[in-house]
Write a protein that binds this ligand. Sequence first.
Ligand code: NDP
Length: 336
Amino acid sequence: MAEIVLSLDHLHKLAFDVLASNGLSAHQSDAMAKVLVAGQRDDCHSHGVWRLIGCVKTLKLGKINADAEPQINDVSPSLVKVDARFGFSPLAFELGSRVLVEKAKKSGIAALAINNCFHFSALWPEVEAIAAEGVAALAMTPTHSCVAPAGGNKPLFGTNPIAFAWPRPGAFPFVFDMATSRIARGDIELHKRSGSRIPSDWAIDENGQATDDPDKALKGAMLTFGGYKGSALSAMVELLAGPLIGDMLSPESLAFDEGVGAAPCHGEIVIAFDPAVFAGAAPTDNLQRAETLFEGIVGQGARLPSQRRFDARQRSIEHGVSLSKELHDELTRLIS
Ligand code: NDP
């Protein structure tokens, strides 16, 4: 299949133009384009620029507030809430995370709750941005009901990702970012797009039977990773990023959509921990002890999570990113 290679700046311009020409404010378009380009740059295709197609669909459906300027509510020394006012999540995160980091650096621990945001992006750009400030971070968000609890066979949970980043002096941070479902839903959608089968332990069909057909999987229910353990973690994400912060559970978010198929609207929680405050007089010693753990992982031939992404990032910075001509043309046609 023919490929088109673009520099990261060109890809950002393409993404920005698609969003802005479909009515999204310049402030929101820039924040969203950065996140989608980062996904493409790091070879995270399920959260790369093909998601622009869904963004434009969401914009055209009129559910989203395309001009929303997030509102920051400084609740307490350790809590900041941001009302995204029914815009996309990246701008709300960008603005709220600055306050979050300041608070964590003063209090040792602080939380950012984002409410009323349309959210579908990967979480690693967020926890990585916080780790770049020397602060560890944990982020969670529900989605739309599409995952059955372990032992059940009907969609209830979202794919509910959990991401964590730990700052490492002079190195990329330690980062993992994973759906609590077997796989992100976007991966199943990409299999459907390309006409390929999926592993039969990712999802069940509408009759509760294992399936390798992406279409039947999307109509049925996805499964949690690690059986009942992933199921419990997924429930935790619903609680901490839903009722705790006064926002929707995945079933409520799905109901809010009214069947139109827009991006999910709900909340997100991000918790930040400053190792310098926790460690008191010995921050350097403690960070060094963390390095011992990472050496123990790679020392036995295992890889650190996100290493694949960091390698891809390096390649993309040097050589640009390639898009299939089909996707490039489809995105270009979206610029109105
Ligand atoms: P994966 O299962 O592909 O990867 C999960 C994590 O494990 C990554 O950090 C990955 O690092 C790491 N990893 C993978 N293989 C190994 C290995 N062999 N050794 C060590 N670490 C490894 O991701 P998911 O499919 O679970 O999730 C994909 C994305 O989807 C996430 O970014 C998530 O935020 C996003 N998502 C977003 C949602 C939303 O609504 N906002 C909903 C659900 C998911 P690496 O990348 O380097 O391979």
